[in-house]
Design a protein around this ligand. Structure first.
Ligand SMILES: [Zn+2]
Ligand SMILES: [Zn+2]
Length: 427
């Protein structure tokens, strides 16, 4: 008999800000699954709720996106929990958290000292490994297919198995192998993300073909193509597509995408096709300063640049220069959050800051790194949980997904997680 408590500190009824504490019933100490941050409409950070640091034995990090790590250093202001993450996650987390402090330091309750302590306390884990993470709680890790180093975590508590997907993808992409859900086995409780629990992604090949034809049409007109992309995974995936299909013009790579690519190449066992990424890294022009940047957009070329939502960074610099010319194209390949400059360009066709109309061709393509409804159902079918808890999902999306799972009678109970609530389970 196993009895345990799940406390939702973030990601209940919202995409991102993942943070869930699991403890044995009657115990104060427990294990934290992620500790992420979200951003409000003014782009200010919104931290996850916290659990008293002295009762957190371990923090298990699913992957390096800020919506899964941005609150974690806060636990080091007065505590010193152990942290577990894969090697690429630890390396990327360093860059992400330093960048976060650079942009949001004013709003952050923690500083560089805490980020340093967080990293010093991080022990690296591997897929398939089992570790005792708290008294009577053992953790196992499986590849989640979302970004390099991402894990699906299973906690074993007195015989019960609790799986947390983190962010998960079950399809193969150029960069990632699908999540290894076949290896996980049956679980009692599945805590799943459901970012796209109500929709279906078009086949990956369609997005790739569209991208290549937009590039070809733009280059034919002697234009430049700007691809704003997230520095983790999406940027590299674009590099790999172009390494396979030479556009016949110079390709430039700018921004944090470069450092992340170097981390991926150093941890090549975590990616699908390291040779292709290495080819891209060696053959493309890596922008290292203003001189390169100024040259990149003046002749027909393809520029892959962070940030993916055009919130500053080199992608915004290029947009301001190529956006006024109808010969050029801006292809968005990342999720565009409501209120972000990228979303505004798509919806209103206006440049950020100046409100001047964007004359370049603007397109959005679906290269999501999250499973859609079909793939989330496949995970439920394979892991056969008796109970399902939905997190990391907008409320209406979560209820649509819950309805589909209930109709199919896949589980005994579906719970749509709510923030600041505790749930007790007995198996
Ligand atoms: Zn996430
Ligand atoms: Zn993620």
């Amino acid at each position: 008999m196993s009895k345990y408590v799940v406390r939702v500190l973030g990601s209940g009824g919202e995409v991102g800000r993942a943070s869930i504490l699991v403890r044995r019933y009657g115990e104060k100490n427990g294990v934290l699954l992620d500790a992420g941050v979200n951003f409000d409409e003014e782009d200010r950070p919104v931290f996850a709720a916290t659990y008293p640091p002295k009762y957190v034995d371990s923090i298990l990090i699913s992957h390096a996106h800020l919506d899964h790590i941005g609150t974690a250093p806060l636990y080091f202001i007065s505590g010193s929990p152990k942290v577990y993450a894969t090697r690429p996650t630890k390396q990327m987390a360093k860059l992400m958290l330093e960048d976060f402090l650079k942009l949001n330091g004013y709003y952050s309750p923690y500083e560089h000292r805490e980020v340093k302590a967080f990293l010093e306390n991080t022990e690296t884990i591997r897929y398939g490994q089992k570790i005792l993470v708290s008294d009577g709680i053992e953790a196992e890790f499986y590849s989640a297919g979302h970004i390099p180093g991402s894990v699906l975590t299973v906690l074993n508590i007195d015989g019960a198995r609790i799986a947390f997907t983190g962010d998960i993808n079950t399809i193969e992409t150029k960069l990632m192998k699908p999540a290894h859900i076949d290896l996980v086995g049956r679980v009692d409780l599945l805590i799943t993300e459901a970012t796209y629990g109500a929709s279906h992604h078009p086949p990956r090949e369609n997005a790739e073909k569209r991208l290549l034809s937009i590039i070809e049409e733009t280059i034919d007109k002697k234009g430049t193509v700007l691809i704003p992309a997230f520095s983790i995974a999406r940027g590299q995936e674009m590099m790999m597509i172009l390494a396979e299909h030479d556009p016949g013009v110079p390709v430039y790579v700018d921004g944090m995408i470069r450092q992340m690519t170097e981390i991926f190449l150093e941890n090549s066992e975590y990616i699908n096709n390291p040779h292709l990424l290495r080819k891209a890294y060696e053959n493309f022009n890596i922008v290292r300063g203003w001189r390169d940047r100024n040259r990149a957009w003046k002749k027909p070329s393809v520029i892959i640049a962070s940030a993916g939502m055009l919130k500053g960074g080199p992608s915004l610099y290029y947009l301001k220069r190529i956006g006024r010319n109808p010969r050029n194209a801006v292809v968005m390949v990342s999720f565009q959050a409501p209120g972000s400059p990228g979303r505004r360009i798509l919806e209103e066709g206006l440049m950020p800051d100046t409100e001047e109309p964007v004359k370049a061709r603007v397109e959005w393509l679906d290269f999501s790194s999250h499973g859609d409804q079909r793939s989330l159902l496949e995970i439920v079918e394979k892991l056969k949980p008796s109970k399902l808890m939905i997190v990391h999902s907008e409320p209406d999306v979560a209820s649509t997904f819950a309805e589909v799972v209930r109709e199919k009678e896949l589980v005994e109970e579906v719970i749509i997680a709510e923030n600041d609530k505790e749930y007790t389970f007995e198996h």
